[in-house]
Design a protein around this ligand. Structure first.
Ligand code: PLP
Length: 408
């Protein structure tokens, strides 16, 4: 779909044109009459007569016969995401990012199979491996994402899929996706990548070797901290499987949320550029501070993963972490509570800045925290999601936080 958009168009322009098929932004008499696909709220789609009903139930993308197959609003969002993902044959929408990860993994794994999971995966993804997938007789094995040799060594004939996430949750290690994907594909594994951090503008996942690219649209695409959605995009090899599994699970998303996500998508490029630029400035500044032991920000030269990020990524975002030099959890709480512009809460990728404490040590199986080379006393960190506030204001706020940390 979106075949009417000329090839070679830049991503910035594609963000503006994608998903706006004329027959979804108007009436049959006046196609393209409005800019945005209207919110089609529908469970029932009416047929003109019995002949039309007996003609069958179209299941092709963008066709409707019942609300669970989506209305033009949902298809416009799916269509737009497909247009932004080079190599995608289609995109399936889910009610959250976690639902998208479950949908993707259930599409490629069967009882008796083994899933290989990166050790820095998002916590609910780790729990899914141990919980839901385990209950279905699927075993999960964790591996160090920064060690392709150990990854290759752990693969045997029962391994059917690998779940990558780069940069990883909380600690933001950037792994060599092309190298890991090549190893996995050579052994017949499906490569599922959680690409929420960079999205397709920063990391064209399918072109870099992933078979299925998953995103929590709750973050950058929604962008305004007021919706939950997820997506999974795939090329010809896996798209039909993804869609079949989602249909079997009864997955459908609301037209209202889809409309909000489409609206968010239009400004995603601008927001990401601004947030990336502020995050880089703030991470440089934090790196120079005596209170800070380590900044974990792929965009920052010298930070873990920066070299691979520079090689493989065309953009970043506002999400990064840092670790305090010594002290304890109470000092960290004093830092967080002294901030006035950073909301305290989970999630990220909104227009407003957020802070959360991180404790990666409890979320490691195949690797260690603190990272090798770090002082074991430096273990208390925070994750910052940098929003669209003024840079000087954010820096002043962090300065307040560091003073409170020092005084604690
Ligand atoms: C938030 C998040 C998810 C889950 O998305 P939801 O929409 O909250 O379900 C998945 N992966 C990563 C990396 C995330 O940060």
């Amino acid at each position: 779909m979106a075949k009417d958009v000329p090839e070679g168009i830049t991503p910035a322009t594609r963000l503006v044109t994608a998903g706006r098929r004329a027959d979804w932004t108007g009436t049959p008499a006046e196609p393209g009459a409005v800019v945005n696909p209207p919110v089609w709220r529908a469970s029932t789609h009416l047929y003109p007569d019995s002949k039309a009903l007996h003609a069958g139930k179209p299941n092709a993308d963008g066709h409707f016969y019942y609300g669970r197959r989506g209305s033009p609003t949902q298809w416009a969002l799916a269509d737009a995401l497909t247009a932004l993902e080079p190599g995608a044959a289609g995109t399936v929408l889910y009610p959250s990012g976690v639902a998208a990860l479950a949908g993707a993994l259930l599409a490629v794994l069967r009882p008796g199979d083994v899933l290989l999971m990166t050790d820095n995966a998002y916590e609910p993804t780790r729990n899914m491996g141990r919980g839901l997938l385990g209950d279905f007789g699927i075993e999960t094995r964790w591996f160090d994402p920064l060690d392709p040799a150990s990854f290759e060594a752990v693969i045997d004939e029962r391994c059917k899929a690998v779940l990558l996430e780069s940069p990883g949750s909380l600690t933001l290690e950037v792994c060599d996706v092309p190298a890991l994907a090549a190893i996995a594909r050579a052994k017949g594994l499906a490569v599922v990548l959680d690409n929420t951090w960079a999205g397709p503008l920063g990391f064209p996942a399918l072109e870099r070797g992933a078979d299925i690219s998953v995103m929590s649209l709750t973050k950058h695409v929604g962008g305004h901290s007021d919706l939950m959605l997820g997506s999974a995009a795939a090329g010809d090899k896996y798209y039909a499987k993804l869609r079949r599994t989602a249909q079997a699970l009864g997955q459908v998303v609301s037209p209202d949320d889809s409309s909000l996500a489409l609206r968010g998508l239009r400004t995603m490029g601008l927001r990401l550029n601004q947030e990336t630029s502020s995050a880089l400035e703030l991470s440089k500044w934090l790196d120079s501070r005596a209170e800070v032991a380590k900044v974990l920000c792929p965009m920052l030269p010298g930070s873990p993963g920066h070299e691979i990020w520079s090689r493989d990524f065309s953009g970043g975002c506002g999400l990064f972490s840092f670790v305090f030099k010594g002290k304890d959890g109470a000092a960290r709480d004093a830092f967080i509570d002294a901030l006035t512009l950073f909301g305290i809460g989970y999630s990220w990728g909104g227009f407003e800045s957020l802070v959360t404490p991180i404790d990666p040590a409890t979320l490691r199986t195949a690797t260690q925290w603190p990272l090798p080379g770090m002082d074991g006393a430096d273990r208390y960190g925070v994750r910052l999601s940098i929003g669209l506030e003024g840079l000087d204001d954010l820096r002043a706020d962090l300065e307040r936080g560091l003073a409170a940390w020092a005084a604690a």
